[in-house]
Each structure stands twice: as C-alpha cells, then as structure tokens.
Write a protein of this length. Structure first.
Length: 360
C-alpha cells in the first residue's frame, strides 16, 4: 500500500531504481543516463538491496542533490525494494529504471508528455534496443511492444507478458496507482512486472510509445538469465490466476504450448487447437474477454503457428498439419496470404488487427 499522505509535486518525476551488487561500469552508465535527461525536474530514489560489493559506495560518490540512496539492511528482493521506493516517491509520475540499463536523454520528456495528454493511462512504456555486456546493440524490440487496445492486451496477458512493457522503461501515473492502491505483489520474487501489468490492466490503460528510448542489457548476471526457471513458475501462477474466472486449469501438458503461444515458434499441436476451443467456449459462457477479438486473435495466431510449422516440416508432416488444423485456422492462413499478396512481401503482419503494414 502506498501512503496517501506522501505529498505529490506536480510536474516532478520520481525515478525509482533498485541496486544489488551491480557491476560498477553498468551502474555508472545507468545513473549517468538518468542524470543526462533533458527533463530535469526529477528526484532519483535508489534502493540498495543489501549489496555486499562496492556499488553502494560508488552511488554515494555522486554529489547530485536529486539522488536519494536508501539502504536495506538485508536483501529483500526487487518487489519489496520497489515498494519501499514507491512509498517515498513524491512525483506526479514514477519512472522505473534498472541499474544495468541505459535510457536516452529524451526518455522522461517523451513519456511525461504522453501521460499528461492521456490521464487515463496508468503505464507508459517504450520500445527498446537490446544490448550485450559491452553495450553493443544486438536486436530491437520491434512490433513486440505494439499494444493497439486494451481488449487485445488483456487477451495477450492471458498467455504471457507479450507484447511486452519493458519494466525498466516504464513510467507510471502515480495518481492512478494511489487511486487503485496498486503496488508490487511481493508474493512474486520474479515476474513481478508481469503481475503488475495484469493488475494495472484491470483499472486503466497501458501503452508503449513507439520510439526507442531505452537500451535493455542482456548479460550473464541478469535476473532473467540466472533465475529463468523460477521466473517461469511465477508466470504460470499469474496465468492460472487469469484462467480461474474462466474455470480452466493450466495443466503440465498444455503449459509449453500456452506460455509460448504468442511467440509463434511453439510447434504445431492438435492439443493447442483443442485448448483454444476450450478457452473460446469458456469465455462465451463467463464473458471475461471481448469474445470476437479473442476468437480472431487466437485463431490468427494458431494460423501463424501452422504456417511456421509447415515451413519447418517435411511433406508428410505438412499433410498431417493440413488434415488436422481447424477450418478457422485455414481461413486465417488464407487471409494472411491475401494480405501479403496485396501489400507485398515486405509487409509486416499485425496479428491484432489482421492487417499488414509495410516496412519503412
């Protein structure tokens, strides 16, 4: 719970970052990128989560008065540390930042302007560039961050944290967090961002600015690499909580297909086809999601999965896929090929709207 007595300063951004034994070169890049923002009216709250290295001393070496270092006596985990920070924030907006990532100078300016113009939006993210240990760009988030509307986004959250709001690039509307008493769920030591997006989506809008305003570092010490299995277990719990209103259970047999469904590369399975039918049937009864959009999204994604699987298979397997896929998947495949024929091979398929946009 965020204390409602903490004063809110209009126009102020509270930057919230947790640190735990971050290598100093990464930490320096992260802090320097925040201090170099074109939007200068911010406080920088850094929660040191019981570090045992020299990173706290390095943070203390900065003389910028906007930095506030809070030290946990012992390691409490990211969710707890962020909740400690949320209670201290005074800003109108709260910008998340990770201690090993880098933000571009205009990030705060762009996100704050968007949230001011869209007061019904609770979270505003950005596109990101993925960088390696050396800071070299390895790939881009691309269409993985496109959120066309909340109906589609809620359906996507039922399967995974995709499209992704990259946690260290998120900016929150603090007024809405206070209004709906939203904090990080400390029952999730990992995947707390996924849990947060599900909670926020129940009350207000979530979006991503389609601009590259962050560099997201993938390296051997990152949580996502070191604790992947535990992250997945947390994600499965979050998915099951969303399936509960549909009175459906995520079994061990269906988990691999369900969790990776929106990523296309799951491989063809008749079990996934039957699972889609169960979800659509249950939603028709309990009316949790927009039924028309649910059917369109699920069958179009299944059609994509069929296309990808057939491209990777021999003729015998392709015949099996064609024989066992549903009629709706066949219709989806035909729609995809027609759109590609009309728009050319350089088009990018937008699976939310069933349209293709040309590459620039």
């Amino acid at each position: 719970m965020i204390p409602k007595t903490t004063p809110m300063e209009k126009g102020l951004i509270s930057v919230l970052m947790s640190n735990y034994n971050t290598p100093v070169p990464y930490l320096k890049e992260a802090i320097d990128s925040v201090l170099a923002q074109t939007y200068t009216d911010f406080e920088f709250i850094i929660i040191d989560d019981g570090s045992t290295d020299d990173s706290p001393a390095f943070i203390e070496s900065y003389s910028d008065p906007r930095i506030r270092l809070i030290t946990n006596e012992q390691n409490m985990g990211l969710a707890r540390s962020l909740n400690i920070g949320l209670a201290l924030c005074r800003g109108e907006f709260i910008a998340r930042m990770d201690s090993d990532d880098v933000c571009y100078p205009e990030r705060f300016t762009e996100q704050a302007a968007f949230l001011k113009e869209n007061p019904d939006t609770i979270v505003c993210g950005t596109c990101v560039e993925f960088i390696d240990d050396k800071g070299e760009v390895t790939s881009l988030s691309d269409f993985n961050t496109l959120i066309p509307d909340m109906d589609y986004y809620k359906i996507c959250l039922l399967f995974s944290n995709n499209p992704t709001v990259f946690h260290p690039g998120a900016m929150f509307n603090r007024k809405l967090l206070l209004q709906y008493d939203i904090t990080y769920d400390e029952a999730y030591r990992y995947a707390q961002d996924y849990r947060m997006w599900v909670t926020c989506s129940e009350y207000a809008k979530i979006t991503n600015i389609q601009k590259y305003l962050m560099k997201y570092r993938n390296h051997s010490e990152a949580i996502s690499s070191a604790k992947y299995e535990e992250q997945c277990r947390c994600a499965y719990r979050i998915i099951q909580q969303q399936l509960d209103p549909l009175h459906l259970t995520l079994t061990e047999e269906i988990i691999p297909y369900h969790f990776k469904f929106l990523y296309l590369f799951t491989g063809y399975s008749v079990k996934m086809k039957e699972w889609i039918r169960q979800i659509i049937k249950a939603n028709k009864e309990y009316k949790i999601y927009h039924q028309k959009k649910l059917k369109r999204l699920l069958w179009d994604r299944f059609a994509h999965t069929c296309i990808y699987a057939m491209k990777q298979s021999d003729s015998k397997t392709r015949r099996y896929i064609l024989r066992t896929m549903s009629l709706r998947a066949v219709i989806g495949i035909l729609r995809i090929f027609i759109l590609r024929l009309v728009n050319g091979k350089n088009g990018i398929y937008n699976h939310y709207e069933g349209t293709i946009k040309r590459k620039r």
